[in-house]
Design a protein. Sequence first.
Length: 628
Amino acid sequence: MPFSRRGFLKSLSRTALVLPLQDVLRLARPAFAQAAAPQKPSASSRQAYEAAARPAPKGLVSPVTGTPLGVQFVDVAKEAGLNVEMIFGGEHRNKYLLETTGCGAAFFDYDQDDWLDIFLVNGWRLEGFPKGHEPVCRLFKNNRDGTFTDVTLKSGLARSGWGQACCVGDYNNDGWNDLFVSYYGQNALFRNNGNGTFTEVTKEAGLLQDRLRWNSGCSFLDYDKDGRLDLFVGNYIDFDVKTAPLPEDANCTYKGIQVACGPPGLEGGKNLLYHNNGDGTFTDVSEKAGMWGTLGTYALSCAAADLDNTGWPNIYVANDSTSATYYVNQKDGTFKDQAIEAGVAYSPDGKPQAGMGVSIGDYNRDGLLDIVKTNFAGDTDSLYMNIGDGSFDDRTYQAGLGVNTRLLGWGVSFVDIDNDGWLDILVANGHVYPEVDGTQVDAAYAERKYLYRNLRNGQFEDVSLTGGNGITAAVKARGFAIGDYDNDGDQDMVVNCVNAAPQLLRCDSTLNRSWIKIRLVGTKSNRTGIGARIRVVAQTGTPVLSAKPGSPLTQIEEVRSCNGYYSASDLRIHFGLGEAKKADVVEIRWPSGTVDALKDLDANRLYVLEEGGRILKSDDFKAARKKA
C-alpha cells in the first residue's frame, strides 16, 4: 500500500495524545519529506506554488486577470468620529507576551435598526492608569449619515482591563443580541436591555472563574441544537505576571533582538465550553465535553461552523506555535479533536504554525465550507479546501497565498469585496514585537494589509497594492470586523489597532453589481439564527470556468458569532449577485431542522426572515441614504 501524507496524519491521530509533541514532530517530518512529492523529491512548498501560479493555458485565463479591481478601501475613521486611541501594552517595548495580542472589534447592531454600530475592545498597560483615566471598551452608535456617536458611558459597556475578543448572540432569546468580551482575568457577559443599555451579568450567569485565566477567542454556538446559545472560550497561556520570565532573565530573542518570552516554554491554557441552562445561566462542561483532550494548545482565535455537513456545529481553533485544534461534534454533547486526520493541524510540510486568526467560507462555491488561517511572520497564511469526506487539502500555494511570507497576520476574513458572488480574502497584518522598529530586522511594527481577489478557478490574485490607502497604509492592526455600515451594498471593515486610533475602511465600488442581505430571526432555533445555513441561487453572470455563461450558481454561508481574529462581523449575511436582478432561491436550513425556501427575491435589498418562512422586513435603504 503506497504511503500518503494524509494516511500518515491519520495514523498520528491514534497516538497524538500519548506521544509528546516534539516526538510526534520528530517522527512526522521524515515521513512528510518522503511523501510530499514522490515524482520530484526535492520540490518544496514554494516550488509547488510557483508551478501552480504559472499562466493558465489560453482559453482558461481568469476572466478578471489584468482588469481593474473596481473597489477602493478608504480610511474614513477620523471623519466618521472614531477618534479614540485604543490601548494595549507598551508602545516601544514589551516585557511580557501579554502586551502583544491586542484586541478585537465588532460590527454590532445593538439597537436592531439594521444600521451597524461599532464595538471596540480596549486593553491595558502594565503600569496601570490614574483613577478616572482608565481606557475602556467603546461603543459607537451609527448616525446613518456615515458618522458615529460615542455612547459608551450611557451604554454600560465602559469596562477596563486586558480585553481580548468579543462575540455576539442572543443568549437568552429575548430578541436582543447580547455581547460577550473575553479578558486576561475575568470575562464579561453583557445582557442587552433593549433600550440602548447593557447590564453586566457575568456573576448571575455563572461565568465567574475561580482562577486567573488568559481567555482568548470566543464564540456563541448551539452545539447540542436545543435552541439555546452555548459559549466557547479559548484559553491562550496559563500566565501570571508575578512568575512569568523576563526577556533579559530567560534570554528570549527574535532575530537577535530581546523580546517578550513565549509561548513555547510556557504552560498552555485549557479551552472552556459553557452549556446554556435556559434560565439565564451557564454550566461549565469543558472537561466532560472533550475540550481538554487535544494535542494543540495556546488557543487564540476560533470559528464554529458545520464544516463536515452533518448539520452539527464543529469548532476550529487557531493555536499559536502548536498544531491547530479541530473539535468535531459527536452529537452527544461531546467533541473529539480530529485536526490531524482532517488535515488541518499543520503546514503542508508537517510543521506546527503560529496560528492567529481564522475565517470560514466556501471560496470555490462547491457547497463545502473552507478555512483560511493567518500565521506568524516568515510563514505563509493557510488555506484549507474542504474535500467533503471530513477532511481538507492544504491549497495555500496552489491558490496563490504562498507568495507572501514577510508580514505577520492577525485578522482575516473571507469577504466578497466586488459582489461577483466569489469570496475574496482580506488579511490585517502587524508585527508582534514593537522592538523591531529601528533595527536591522527586515520588518516593521506597523504593516500593510493583504487583499486577495478570487479568480473563480481555485486561485487568488494579490491585489493589495491597488486596493486603496486603507489596504496599503501601514498600521499596527489586530482584529477587524466586516460589514456594510453605510448600507450601500458593499462590505466595509473596522480595524482595531494597537496604541493607535482604529481604522474604518469604507469600500467604494465602481462596479454597480447586485447583492442581497439576509438577517435571520429564529423561533424554534436560537433567536439570532446562529448555525443556520443559507443557500442562495441566482443567475450571477460570473460562472466558474467550467460552467456556461449565465448558468445559475449557488452560494452558501452560515450565521456565525465570531470571525477572523477576536472579532464579530455583521450578522446579516451578504451575498454578491453579479449582474443578477433577483435571487431565484433563498433557502435556510435552521438548527432546529426546519427548512424554509423563498423564491424570486429582488436584489439590492435586506430581507429579515423569520423561521417558518415569513418575511418580517424588506428594505433597500434608498430613502435613508438619500436623506443622509
